[in-house]
Design a protein around this ligand. Structure first.
Ligand code: CU
Length: 164
């Protein structure tokens, strides 16, 4: 079973490397794309968006924000021993309708951010899907406070403390 799974994954990945360049999706759009500012002392941050999708479900495979990070992962949040941790995206399926990636939930994780993008600057973000399509948007860099406000996370507390 495991060997078969590995073979299947290898076969799929070699197929996808031979496949044509992903085409711009006619049925998936990214809206309200945001990158959280990189906090002092950090070299990673999160990015968020609404994915509006029509038709048959697809899986989101990867994300790219080339002007900000060369190492990006798709993450979810999960409770472990009473503490929230980031884990690899637990459900990649994009079904018809709207799916929201937001702070405190599913997110795009940007690692190795050596040159911090300025608040207000915009950066092309692209998601790639299992049907060999892609969708792009201009992600605007927002302050932590604004990102938390957007996500509905305790904005007054965040504004008052200036932390987290
Ligand atoms: Cu993360």
């Amino acid at each position: 079973m495991d060997k078969f799974l590995v073979f299947t994954l290898l076969a799929f990945s070699s197929m996808s490397t031979q496949a044509a360049e992903p085409v711009v999706s006619a049925h998936t759009e990214l809206k309200d794309c945001v990158i959280q500012e990189v906090l002092p002392g950090k070299d990673m941050t999160g990015a968020y968006m609404r994915i509006v999708h029509q038709g048959a479900p697809v899986d989101v495979i990867k994300a790219e924000v080339p002007s900000v990070s060369g190492r990006i992962e798709l993450h979810s949040m999960a409770m472990k021993n009473g503490v929230m941790h980031m884990v690899p995206l637990t459900n990649a399926r994009i079904s018809a309708g709207e799916r929201v990636f937001k702070k405190g939930g599913d997110h795009v994780m940007l690692f190795d951010v050596t040159s911090k993008p300025a608040v207000g600057s915009q950066h092309a973000m692209t998601l790639f899907f299992s049907d060999n399509t892609q969708a792009s948007c201009n992600a605007v860099v927002k302050s932590l406070q604004d990102v938390m406000k957007d996500a509905g996370i305790n904005p007054h507390h965040a504004a008052a403390s200036g932390k987290h």
